[in-house]
Ligand binder design. Structure first.
Ligand code: SDX
Length: 428
């Protein structure tokens, strides 16, 4: 391992420090590069740039490894719960029984929304996309809860974090209820975090809602699979927004906005819509051809990843969960057959092999969410619900970093050089 690299730039010979983490690629410390050379590095899309150091999540894209505070995602998905993983992401260690009970108690008692927030939903059209509602209502939380807005106070940061983790299921369920014209249901503290979400979503005041334990377990596992993922686009958005000292609820609303894009969290909705459009196995070759056609903007949604150049370990767990849930619910869905066949054909196609395109977490999630009863428009809202714990964990890590400063990238300027103003009368 080298402790520095040499660079000759602007006529100077520089020794740039190399920093090593606990695992993964080393980094070249270029913080003084501009001061020493008058030059910037250039990396749109940040394909080779570490924006921070973090101890929360580690991904090895070549090996298909995903660790949360060192624990492999497969073990967490199989043996843990979303509340336990949330505690782990926030605090760095798995909780003991009393810590887990205390954390769950705290989260459970923050699930209610300020009653005035219910009226925010009524300002939306009934056909508003749930992610539009999530952006609006989560942003509106910054107009409430002023007792947890002082980000310099670790106590207030943790209360804001707990409130966000607790209220996202309530807001997501309300967004769904509003879209189908059914009344909102208040949280039920006797239920688990995930059971409470299912009841608020699918329950009605007219009768008791009984949580299906198979669905509850599958939903909880889906939340675990979506909890955090290193410095992805929406997490980077939350970090950048938070770096200015902005209101924590407003920062999470910014993350929701970024996640909505079809290249990111919106891919789960797009993937199921694509599978439904393909419809039958015999139409798969037509879509694979389109995905390979440089003149066709069509991409196989749910395929490919900036980091994973091997299988996304979350897709593996998701596919297994689809099999279990469809089997246990006695549901068959031709879309799942199309998904399995599409994966098989793509993974044997030289284009996808050469470009290292594998199914990602979004490829199968829609099949199971649809089987549970969610409309496709709710899929990304569920992703946002789960990813909120990752966003707040990363936000807390950034704010509590003594070296933290506002994020302010530079640019390669390609516009006009200085020129004098031309009065209107003199313009042709
Ligand atoms: C998530 O970052 C995270 O960790 C995100 C996430 C998380 O948990 O936060 O994992 C969640 O966002 C998963 C990704 C969901 N998005 C999709 O499924 C949308 C479809 N996939 C892509 O658009 C794409 O693969 C990305 C956006 C995911 C990654 O894009 P990159 O890394 O910028 O790669 P690229 O666009 O430069 O593609 C490399 C090549 C290109 O071909 P060339 O220009 O080199 O010839 O691969 C091709 C692309 O055209 N390609 C695809 C493809 N994805 C990439 N071709 C067909 N189908 C695809 N899906």
């Amino acid at each position: 391992m080298t402790d520095s690299v040499k660079l000759n730039a602007a006529g100077k010979d520089l020794d740039l420090k190399v920093m090593s983490g606990s695992v993964g690629p080393d980094v070249i410390d270029i913080r003084k590069l501009y001061a020493q050379t008058g030059m910037f590095t250039y990396d749109p899309g940040f394909t080779s740039t570490a924006s921070c150091d973090s101890a929360i999540t580690y991904i090895d894209g070549d090996e298909g490894v995903l660790l949360h505070r060192g624990y492999p995602i497969g073990q967490l998905a199989e043996k843990s719960s979303f509340m336990e993983v949330s505690y782990l992401l926030l605090n760095g260690e798995l909780p003991n029984k009393s810590e887990l009970d205390g954390f769950t108690h705290t989260i459970t008692r923050h699930t209610m929304l300020h009653e005035q927030l219910a009226s925010f939903f009524r300002g939306f059209r009934r056909d508003a996309h749930p992610m539009a509602i999530m952006c609006g209502v989560v942003g509106a939380l910054s107009a409430f809860y002023h007792d947890s807005a002082d980000i310099t106070d670790p106590q207030q940061r943790m209360i804001a974090s707990h409130r966000l983790i607790a209220k996202m299921p309530t807001i997501a369920a309300m967004a769904y209820k509003y879209s189908v014209g059914q009344p909102f249901l208040y949280p039920d503290n006797s239920l688990s975090y995930t059971g409470n979400f299912l009841r608020m979503t699918f329950g009605v005041p007219a009768e008791e809602y009984v949580v299906n334990p198979i669905v509850e377990r599958a939903m909880d596992r889906i939340f675990i699979l979506h909890a955090d993922h290193e410095q992805n686009a929406s997490t980077s958005t939350v970090r950048l927004a938070g770096s200015s000292g902005a209101n924590p609820f407003a920062c999470i609303a910014a993350g929701i906005a970024c996640l909505w894009g079809p290249a990111h969290g919106g891919a789960n909705e797009a993937a199921l819509n694509m599978l439904r459009e393909i419809g039958t196995v015999d139409r798969i070759p037509e879509y694979i051809a389109r995905a390979k056609d440089k003149n066709d903007p069509f991409r196989l949604m749910g395929f490919g990843h900036r980091v994973y150049k091997n299988y996304d370990p979350r897709a593996t767990v998701m596919q297994q969960t689809v099999r279990e849930v469809l089997g246990e619910l006695g549901v068959t869905d031709p879309v799942f057959d199309v998904a399995l066949k599409l994966e098989e054909m793509a993974l044997n196609d030289p284009y996808f092999i050469e470009k290292k395109l594998f199914p990602n977490v979004d490829f199968y999630s829609g099949v199971i969410l649809s089987a549970i009863g969610f409309p496709t428009t709710m899929f990304t809202a569920l992703f946002a619900l789960a990813r909120t714990v990752g966003w707040v964990a990363q936000w807390n890590e950034m704010i509590s970093d003594p070296e933290q400063k506002i994020g302010r990238p530079r640019q390669l300027y390609t516009g006009p050089t200085q020129r004098d103003f031309v009065p209107l009368a003199d313009r042709s």
